[in-house]
Design a protein around this ligand. Structure first.
Ligand SMILES: Nc1ncnc2c1ncn2[C@@H]1O[C@H](COP(=O)(O)OP(=O)(O)OP(=O)(O)O)[C@@H](O)[C@H]1O
Length: 358
């Protein structure tokens, strides 16, 4: 296993001039030995480019990749000792499950007894012990992908295992099982694992550290809790959570945060920079309160969605929308009602030029 350090940028076309010419803008980042990481972001944000640069399938147009301090920028995937699991199964149909799992070890001349032991362990983790002697050709797509996962995990000496959207072909009802399985395997094997996905649930369940990417930029690296509680950028606020964070634009001065004709006075110690800023609050932290409660705004109900366990309220104030996740007893509210919603509290963040400031 290795600590992977990146200090690089990448443009596919020569002579990049502006930010939009880069698939990856300059970034510096380290993946610690044995960590479980996810690269999360929408399509086209640069996840696969970053993964391919780490694996050695692609050389960055600028900068370097280091494994345990050694420059491997120009080294092949083989030389870097990387295992990769792709979106679609990469297995040999004519081999049995056991032979497929053994293949990466046999390639590296691992002694037979050791191969047998390791294949047995991996098959057990993947709950495939009963299928070791079956031909891979006869298996369902998700079982084939399990073998691909197994092949990625079977070598104990790899620098890292890289996963590129590995659950794409898996049926939705099996996805959560495999997600948990991969996480459990990480705990057992302690390999450095980097998992690319555009699915926040996948990223947040698997990884201890999630790298949120947007337009070639690593916007924030954090745990699920950090990304939820204090998104460093409005993009992260929008992207993480379902629905994402609410943002209210307003004007800050020494008296507080002004939205239309209302003034919200921040928590003691929460200093706001003067000028145009945005208040960010998650729907989960918006509270239904008594009229004129400090930190609350009179909102007009636009939509009430009763989803059984809770009510999702969509409201507006001075042309801006705030969503609130409220207990089921808020189900009596209806379109056009005025409700006081507390948007300013200990979980509220403030943003200027999309970056967190308070
Ligand atoms: N081989 C290539 N040549 C030129 N441009 C490319 C190439 N591969 C990717 N790009 C561009 O680089 C940017 C980042 O692409 P990348 O595939 O890394 O994103 P991604 O986040 O993995 O997206 P997806 O989830 O859709 O695969 C995109 O604008 C894409 O069009």
């Amino acid at each position: 296993m290795a600590r992977i350090e990146l200090d690089l940028a990448h443009a596919y076309a020569p002579n990049p001039k502006q930010d939009s010419d880069y698939a990856l803008l300059p970034l510096r980042m380290a993946f610690e030995d044995g960590g479980a990481y996810a690269l999360l972001g929408p399509s086209g944000c640069g996840k696969t480019t970053l993964l391919n640069i780490m694996s050695g399938l692609l050389a960055p147009s600028q900068g370097s990749v280091r494994f345990d301090g050694v420059d491997v920028t120009r080294a092949s995937p083989q030389a870097r000792n990387i295992a990769q699991v792709f979106q679609f199964p990469v297995i040999y149909d004519t081999m049995t499950v056991a032979e497929n799992l053994a293949f990466p070890l046999r390639n590296r001349q691992v002694p037979k007894a050791q191969i047998k032991k390791r294949v047995g362990e991996i098959a057990e983790m993947l709950e495939m012990s009963g299928q070791l002697n079956q031909l891979a050709a006869n298996l369902a797509a998700d079982e084939k992908q399990k073998i691909s996962l197994g092949r990625g995990l079977v070598r104990p000496d790899v620098s890292a295992v890289l996963f590129d959207e590995p659950l794409t072909v898996i049926d939705p009802h099996l996805k959560w099982q495999l997600r948990r399985k991969i996480k459990q395997i990480h705990h057992e094997l302690k390999l450095t694992m980097i998992y690319v996905t555009h699915d926040q649930v996948e990223a947040l369940t698997f990884a201890d550290h999630v790298v949120v990417m947007a337009r070639g930029r690593a916007v924030q690296v954090g745990s699920a809790a950090e990304l939820f509680e204090r998104p460093s950028h409005t993009f992260v606020g929008h992207f993480i959570g379902s629905p994402g964070m609410n943002f209210l634009s307003g004007q800050a001065d020494q008296t507080g945060f002004h939205v239309a004709d209302a003034v919200l006075v921040p928590q003691p110690g929460q200093a706001l920079p003067p000028g145009v800023i945005k208040l960010g609050v998650r729907p989960e932290y918006v509270l239904l309160v008594a009229p004129h409660t400090p930190g609350a705004l009179p909102m007009t109900v636009a939509q009430v969605q009763d989803v059984g366990t809770h009510v999702m309220l969509s409201t507006s104030f001075a042309g801006q929308t705030v969503k609130a996740r409220l207990p089921s007893d808020a189900g009596h509210l209806s379109h056009g009602d005025t409700v006081w919603l507390q948007v300013l509290g200990e979980h509220t963040c403030f943003y200027q030029n999309e970056e967190i400031v308070a």
